[in-house]
Design a protein around this ligand. Structure first.
Ligand SMILES: CC(C)(COP(=O)(O)OP(=O)(O)OC[C@H]1O[C@@H](n2cnc3c(N)ncnc32)[C@H](O)[C@@H]1OP(=O)(O)O)[C@@H](O)C(=O)NCCC(=O)NCCS
Length: 178
């Protein structure tokens, strides 16, 4: 089921057939580098993830994962995750693209669609995001869509055998409208 449409993408629910494509892009070491999971992602793990994503409710507190599908090919090219706070007024955001889909503005297009929905239709006040200080592509994307850098937490996350410095970002509804 398509939830959001952009010129080049469909943002829809995950479905069982997405497991192989999800496993393929989540298994790329550069894609996993700053993320909470470890590559490679096996088929069984991907099937379990897809089942969990498919059962999510975008209107309920907790994570909801949008599958990002390229309209021209019907291929799954990535995902955008939104963690809605229990207060229903703020959320956290995450995003991932398969390497072949990067560098074409797809993440910007998908994230803008999700933010438009959160701020304009669902009336949220704040969306927050975090990224590793070294994750330049992620920081550029966040700033391109209007997030402001709110801080840097040195050695905040122990990830894959090292302490990482995390950038904090925020976007308020009034900045989005402005
Ligand atoms: C973060 C991530 C999604 C960003 O992907 P991306 O491809 O750089 O972002 P977009 O899809 O918005 O593409 C923007 C780039 O495409 C370029 N571009 C090319 N054609 C474009 C078009 N038609 N429209 C817009 N941008 C276009 C832009 O100039 C930009 O390049 P730049 O950042 O070098 O200036 C990607 O790096 C990724 O999946 N990383 C691994 C997972 C990860 O770390 N996620 C974030 C965790 S915090």
């Amino acid at each position: 089921m398509t939830l959001l449409v952009t010129p080049r993408l469909h943002l829809r629910r995950f479905r069982a057939e997405d497991a192989a494509a999800l496993a393929a892009y989540r298994s790329v070491p550069e894609v996993a580098r700053y993320q909470g999971w470890t590559a490679p992602v096996g088929e069984e793990e991907a099937h379990a993830l897809v089942r969990q994503f498919a059962a999510g409710d975008p209107g309920a507190p907790g994570w909801f994962q949008y599958a990002v599908e390229e309209r021209a090919t019907g291929l799954l090219v990535g995902d955008v995750g939104v963690r809605l706070d229990a207060n229903g007024m703020q959320a956290d955001l995450g995003f991932t693209l398969a390497p072949a889909a990067q560098g074409r503005g797809y993440a910007t297009e998908a994230v803008r669609a999700v933010l438009g929905d959160l701020f304009e239709r669902r009336g949220l006040r704040r969306v927050s995001a975090e990224c590793d200080l070294r994750n330049a592509a992620s920081a550029r994307l966040l700033e391109r869509v209007g997030f402001r850098r709110e801080g840097l937490r040195p050695a905040f996350t122990w990830l894959k055998g090292e302490w990482t410095d995390d950038l904090l970002y925020g976007l308020l509804a009034e900045w989005w409208r402005g």
